[in-house]
Design a binder for this molecule. Structure first.
Ligand SMILES: [Zn+2]
Length: 278
């Protein structure tokens, strides 16, 4: 049997609201409940943003603290990954939750266009976020929206500026950034294998690209992310009923390709993380 596949559930994000899909968890209590269902369906990592009561993005460390506490209580061993993405706060507010010492945090290392704006990740802010992650022993998951981000992540890691083992996620299908293109995907995988053979990689597809990118990643031996942050639909006609439903769909693909779904303990070993949440 092939290597275990780590499934990450991106539960909330900073964009989708209950108007898009009532199953998007907004309050911390809803987030914990949705995470637990996804955990029981096979998710080993939860990628989380937090929201204000009016559903707008928040960067409030107190909300992140309550979320971490709830996930640790209800999902023993699950890997907690907080977003330091750009929609949830400006500048250093993006890293305000890192002192909580989550297992992981997302890290964007370069800039690109999003559908309606520039996704700004200036080098000095990337350096600061990376140094905070080193201080608090938080392993970054580098979000690569472009080939240049993959190559930069490899260089930053080689220079000792990224804590822990290198883990790169290919994000494909964001409008105005890299589309979900199989030849590009194959080149990304080749780039990781040849230039960073000790690293691990995963991939996420946005919107209608979610399922096909899940399948590419699982078939190619990588890890993958799903969840309502990236896509709120099962298909053109149906909303996804829950984050767990999207994880189950990815787990079915793992079975198709004879890959066991990684347990949290296996995922921690693969990613070089501490055995249980500190
Ligand atoms: Zn996110």
């Amino acid at each position: 049997m092939a290597d275990p596949c780590i499934l990450c559930v991106a539960i909330t994000g900073s964009l989708p609201t209950k108007a898009n899909n009532p199953a998007v968890p907004i309050s911390v209590a809803e987030q914990v409940e949705s995470t637990q269902e996804a955990f029981e369906a096979g998710a080993a990592i939860v990628h989380a943003h937090v929201r204000n009561d009016d559903q707008t993005p928040s960067s409030d460390p107190e909300k992140f603290a309550r979320l971490k506490e709830g996930v640790e209580k209800h999902c023993p061993g699950m890997i907690i990954q907080f977003s330091t993405g750009g929609r949830s706060g400006a500048g250093k507010a993006r890293g305000g939750m890192l002192p909580l010492r989550p297992d992981m945090a997302s890290l964007s290392v370069g800039s690109n266009n999003f559908p309606t704006r520039v996704y700004e990740n200036p080098p000095d802010l990337v350096d600061w976020l990376a140094s905070e992650m080193r201080s608090y022993e938080v392993t970054p998951e580098v979000e690569a929206f472009d080939l240049s981000h993959i190559l930069l992540a490899i260089r930053l890691h080689a220079e000792g500026r990224l804590y822990g083992k290198l883990y790169v996620q290919f994000v494909m299908g964001v409008k105005n950034a890299m589309p979900a293109d199989k030849e590009v995907f194959d080149f990304y995988v080749h780039t990781m294998k040849t230039r960073a053979p000790e690293a691990a990689w995963c991939a996420a597809g946005i919107g209608p690209n979610q399922l096909i990118v899940n399948e590419w990643a699982i078939a190619a031996g990588g890890h993958t992310r799903t969840g309502l942050e990236d896509n709120v639909r099962l298909d053109r006609d149906r909303l996804a009923p829950s984050n767990a439903a999207l994880i189950r769909r990815a787990a079915d693909l793992c079975a198709k390709y004879d890959r066991p779904v990684a347990t949290p303990a296996q995922a921690r070993a693969i990613l070089g993380l501490r055995p249980v949440a500190a």
